[in-house]
Write a protein that binds this ligand. Structure first.
Ligand SMILES: [Zn+2]
Length: 403
């Protein structure tokens, strides 16, 4: 079997190896080496990136026979017998911080709350642990975060060593491993013992910081999202920036934000209530004014009005106020951003079909729309045509009633 150099030294970033085999894997050029410092995707930890003789290593997997497969961006030159490997260290170190932090976190959840980790996921941005048991409170999460960062600051050594089955029985493993035979133990000094083939930092202090970001219920378990090390630092900086930006928008200090936002929400609610009452009053007033000046056509009061810079919703409200009175036909329009909208409506006691009237009228001007016999809306005409559209509709009503 090929030698995995990261088992002995997770800090090794350069190595040389013999090329044992060159082949194609998943339609990509691949090689197997006599030894490798590249970590293949396994145990939840993502694979390393890097290069072999300058050729990019884009993926690293464990083959069916247990060998480490290095997938390359392009084939190595013919007759390459040995290569020099280079690990993408920032990516590897990030994974080491996340992975070591997870061991520490899982043991802390167990010791503080008796919650066992049932699964782990390391993502490109966020990591999660799923815990068996009831939902967590914010206070419990805060306690765990305090305790786990206390372990970071104690800067305890982290060691990896192999044990046979007999010796393994004496190791207080957090979870029994699925594999038989020789087992690699990763021990956080006198605190946590895990069966793990991953890469870890030398001391807990190198994890730097562990941040528990949020938690949720997931299939009857608690899922905790967390980040460690450089990611936790970057996340804190990002949140600080967002807070400062928000405080700037509100011309406030960060500490005053919650009280200020709460006060503004309350003020907005009051303003919205007042605005609604004013709008209703205005619509009633406008309706009275328009009805007082309405043209009398037979037994109808005919209102035709173009309202500039009004929302269609405001025009609809006015139309409803007008037809709440008996014997009214309302032909209203509004224009916004160069486009015209029309709303035709009539009182319940009238027989005219304003949906048909609207469709027929707009058709003459290249627009369209329709609706019920008593209420219709349409558009698709230029704003400057609005007066002509309403004029044509008024004429149609006069003729229909006169005939
Ligand atoms: Zn591990």
């Amino acid at each position: 079997m090929d030698e995995r150099l990261y088992y002995e030294d997770a800090y090794l970033t350069r190595f040389s190896a013999q090329v044992l085999e060159r082949f194609s894997h998943e339609e990509q050029p691949a090689v197997r080496l006599s030894r490798s410092a590249f970590y293949p995707t396994s145990g939840g930890q993502p694979h390393d990136m890097g290069s072999l003789d300058g050729t990019a290593v884009v993926d690293v997997q464990v083959g069916a026979d247990g060998a480490v497969l290095h997938l390359l961006a392009e084939p190595l030159p013919e007759r390459t017998e040995s290569v020099s490997g280079q690990i993408d260290w920032p990516r590897r170190y990030d994974h080491m911080q996340q992975h070591s932090g997870q061991h520490l976190l899982s043991q802390t959840f167990y010791r503080l709350l008796g919650l066992e980790t049932v699964s782990v996921h390391f993502g490109e941005a966020l990591n999660t642990v799923d815990l068996e048991g009831p939902s967590l409170s914010a206070a419990q999460l805060a306690d765990v975060e305090t305790a786990v960062n206390g372990m970071v600051w104690e800067n305890r050594p982290i060691r990896a060593y192999w044990v046979d089955e007999e010796a393994r029985a004496k190791v207080p493993l957090r979870r029994a491993p699925a594999v038989q035979g020789a087992t690699r133990i990763v021990e956080i000094d006198k605190f946590d013992w895990s069966a793990c083939g991953g890469t870890h930092v030398r001391r807990t202090g190198e994890i730097g910081l562990i941040s528990l970001l949020r938690h949720e219920k997931h299939r009857g378990r608690s899922r905790v999202h967390f980040v460690c090390g450089g990611r936790a630092r970057a996340d804190a900086a990002r949140r600080r920036g967002l807070l400062a930006e928000t405080a700037g928008l509100l011309d406030s200090g960060v500490d005053e934000l919650p009280a200020l936002v709460s006060k503004q929400q309350e003020a907005l609610k009051i303003a919205e209530r007042e605005l609604k009452a004013l709008r209703e009053g205005l619509v009633e007033y406008q309706a009275r004014e328009l009805l007082a000046a309405a043209e009398i056509v037979g037994s109808l009061r005919l209102v035709a009005e173009a309202l500039n810079d009004s929302e269609p919703a405001a025009v609809q409200r006015l139309a409803r106020a007008l037809i709440s009175e008996p014997g009214v036909v309302a032909l209203l329009g509004c224009s916004r951003r160069g486009r015209g909208t029309v709303v035709f409506a009539r009182s319940e006691d009238c027989s005219m079909h304003v949906g048909d009237l609207l469709r027929e009228t707009l058709k003459q001007f290249g627009g369209g729309g329709g609706g019920r016999p008593d209420f219709a809306q349409g558009g698709g005409v230029a704003a400057e045509k609005l007066a002509a559209v309403l004029g044509a509709a008024v004429e149609a009503v006069r003729q229909a009633v006169g005939s």
